[in-house]
Design a protein around this ligand. Sequence first.
Ligand code: ZN
Length: 452
Amino acid sequence: MHPALDQVDWEKEGEAVVELLRALLRFDTTNPPGNEAECVAFLADTLRGAGVEPEVLSPARGRANLVARLPGGDGGAAPLLLNGHVDVVPAEAGRWRHPPFAGEVHDGAVWGRGAVDMKHMVAMSVAVVGLLARLGVPLRRDLKLAAVADEEAGCAAGSAWLVDHHPDKVRAGHAIGEVGGATFYLGGRPFYPVQVAEKGIAWLRATASGATGHGSIPRDDNAVVRLSEFLARVGRRKLPTHPSPEVRRFLEALGAIQGRAGRAALPLLLRPRLSELVLRRGVRDPGMARLLSALLRNTASPTVVHAGSKVNVIPGRAEAELDGRIAVGSSEAELLAELRALAGPGIELELLGPSQPPTVTPPGDALFDLLATVVAEHHPGAVAVPTVTPGFTDAKFWSDLGAACYGFTPVRLEPTDPDFAAMFHGDDERVPVAGLQAGLRMLADAVARHCC
Ligand SMILES: [Zn+2]
């Protein structure tokens, strides 16, 4: 632990972070509509209580983002941004064992929608900023905090808006936020994922055109048939692999923790000719095989289809929307070219809006090594694993301003704790009290070592 934190009463801080999280969980910030303003106002009061003067920035009625800054010295070291979103996805209360917006403690865990995604990180980050402010420890760099709205609906009223309207308040050299930091066990050994890259997004529309006509006389150039054939090709054929250093590093780390067989097999996924064979024969868990396949290539999942209005009229047009994702190491242009190669006659492809390139934090960055050291010291025997996600987080926007982003919201889990990953957007979302309190110490230590 950093010496600046030697005198901290961790029992007291641990109790306070649990109470803070419970309070946050009682605000129903289901998005849509979000309604984050009250929750954010409460966070602002909490920080003021610790002597920090935050700013609340509102893009629209009922929506709010909080930013705060503990100033560092004049050394010019790049700021660190702790970040989390306060909105949550809907919860079907009838399916939960305890109410999702009550912040209750049962069986040694804090229950509620957002307990793991991701009010726990908001609570820990506010606690760490408040703690360092109260201690009055001199900082070598600015420590910034952003508690944002709207991540679950695409970030337009949250991180994307802050980056557009108040870039100086959230610009940082590094950002720590989603997704990672919760212990997982393989063969009894503890690991901590640290997200270092995420895929890009290119949402697309495919439009098929053809001749109209009477449904009683089938035609080969029927737009619905053309679109269906295209969608079937997209669904069945795998686009080419795009091996990147980040995915290689993830596979090597994953292979290393799976013993000799994994060490030999997983890197073979990067070889275009062997990739499919290894996925089919060498990766037993179908969910893991799907995840690895998605990380290796550009993908496009057909999700919305529109065509026709009457059963006996062949329409001249059929449309589909596809959730396109750009592999780390690839580009929008490559994804479009790969899909056009499958398109066939009468199919046009266009982007639904501007695409987002992949977010990448290159290897060799000292903060990753620091997080790995913190993991190893706080949890003897544990190892940090650099991970890549097919999904999307606020990191996309912080990285637009130049931040190297890590997904690390530390929670120390025991092998007997419930499956943490399954609780993202799931029923009975909860975070173990002891794991949260250990996570607070890890986050505080990491921030102190980087900033003090
Ligand atoms: Zn989240």
